[in-house]
Design a protein around this ligand. Structure first.
Ligand code: FES
Ligand code: FE
Length: 438
């Protein structure tokens, strides 16, 4: 059945089978072919700053413990006892050097080694070797504090997997001298709709902004609207890479102008500008948002529009979001909000407010608009007539992209009238589903 569904893709990715948005067999194949081979985001280094710190996360449906061992090395351990598979660690975060299984008390250190099994000699005889019973470990890679892991011993190094999108991550995260840290534990919430719908949207769907998000536009957050349908609307540049990573940089209408360097307070703004390259500053000039998706399921958004009332500064927020498949039509969102470590406590608090009012379970603006659309893309595919249908991703296929002086790496197009990011995502997705390397 999965092979039949994959056959419905058009070779140019202008048509995508709707069944990829809701078929359980497709999800099973994704978990096997994509979530065990790609580098998956599992957390931010600041969540496990000290030796013994740990968080529990999922890689696909596999539960993992992400921990910093006593030597300071980051480890990603399967959260399942090597004896009978019991969930070893039920907490979502904490600090410990050892994990003791609740079932028969096998005890593992935070490098994954079995250190004790009750009455082991008596129970198993003198041949019992603890070294034969470690926790399974994933490979770990870190870029700008973002911790990734993969189960695939053959996967390319993380830097190769990230490719040109790394430059955009460096632009967001590498320009703060003090680095970034999480503002508290992640917000987690269940949404209806397949995990890919939110990823492709975050990855570059500028087309939906004036329509899905009509309310904030009418409220004047993007400047004055006008009658010809062009002014007063956000516009963007889309970027994509062969690995299926994508981004969109949104710009304010010139008459409104972007907030000075991300709505950072004065001291931080100078620091960011000093650390950024001239190319990065050119990309960010007049921008009010950078959002994107790292293949497969790590979305991000950095935006600087103020929603916090009449504070003196615009206040930005930066979230990284894992879209975790629960089933083919249900996705658990895990949102991590990052703040510059050197920001004042007051600024960090404003950033939290700006974030939760627009993104997350209780968002009044933006995110609430999106979720109903996301849910229905999966839901309409349940119909009988829906079977075998395909969805349209052809925007921009007939339009040439003229080379220009865009200073960032990756392939890019200078407008929102493009579904090139979506096609790059599904191109990488289809290659992975067919077992091909990027
Ligand atoms: Fe963990 Fe038996 S299942 S000790
Ligand atoms: Fe949206």
């Amino acid at each position: 059945i999965v092979a039949d569904i994959l056959d419905l893709f058009s070779p140019d990715f202008g048509r995508v089978p709707q069944a990829v948005m809701n078929h359980p067999a497709v999800l099973d194949a994704e978990l096997e072919r994509i979530f065990t081979t790609a580098w998956l985001f599992v957390g931010h280094e600041s969540e496990i700053a000290e030796p013994g710190d740990y968080i529990t996360r999922r890689m696909g449906r596999d539960q993992v413990i992400v921990t910093r061992d006593e030597q300071g090395e980051v480890r990603v351990l399967r959260n399942a006892c090597s004896h009978r598979g019991t969930l070893l660690c039920k907490a979502t975060s904490g600090n410990t050097s050892h994990f003791m299984c609740p079932y028969h008390a096998w005890t593992f250190d935070n490098t994954g080694r079995l250190r004790g099994a009750p009455e082991a000699r008596k129970a198993y005889g003198p041949g019992f070797d603890r070294a034969d019973h470690p926790l399974k470990q994933a490979r770990v890679g870190v870029h700008q504090g973002l911790v990734f892991a993969t189960w695939d011993p053959e996967a390319p190094p993380l830097a190769e997997f990230l490719g040109d999108i790394a430059w955009y991550l460096d632009m967001l995260l590498g320009t703060a001298s003090g680095g970034w840290e999480v503002a508290g534990p992640p917000q987690r919430y269940l949404t209806s709709g397949n995990w890919k719908i939110s990823c492709e949207n975050f990855g570059g769907d500028g087309y939906h902004l004036p329509y899905t998000h009509r309310t904030p536009i009418e409220a004047g957050l993007f400047g004055e609207d006008d009658d010809d349908g062009s002014g007063g609307k956000p516009h963007g540049r889309v970027v994509w890479t062969p690995q299926g990573h994508t981004a969109r940089i949104g710009y304010m209408p010139p008459e409104v102008g972007g907030p000075p360097y991300w709505g950072m307070s004065d001291g931080l703004r100078a620091d960011f500008v000093a650390n950024a390259t001239p190319e990065m500053l050119q990309v960010l000039d007049n921008a009010d948002v950078v959002h994107g998706n790292l293949f497969p399921n790590l979305s991000f958004i950095f935006t600087a529009i103020t929603y916090t009332g009449d504070e003196p500064d615009n206040t930005s927020f930066l979230i990284f979001r894992m879209a975790m498949p629960v089933d083919a039509e249900t996705t658990e969102m895990v949102n991590i909000l990052l703040v510059p470590r050197d920001a004042t406590p007051e600024w960090k608090q404003r950033s939290v407010l700006a974030c939760v009012r627009t993104h997350g379970a209780a968002a009044v603006l933006f995110e609430g608009d999106d979720f109903d659309n996301f849910a229905s893309v999966s839901a309409t595919g349940r119909g009988v007539v829906a079977q075998g249908s395909t969805l349209d991703y052809s925007m921009g296929l007939g339009l040439p992209v003229e080379p220009d002086d865009w200073p960032g790496p990756g392939e890019s197009a200078p407008h929102d009238h493009s579904e090139r990011t979506h096609r790059a995502f599904y191109g990488a997705w289809l290659r992975a589903m067919k077992g091909e390397k990027p």
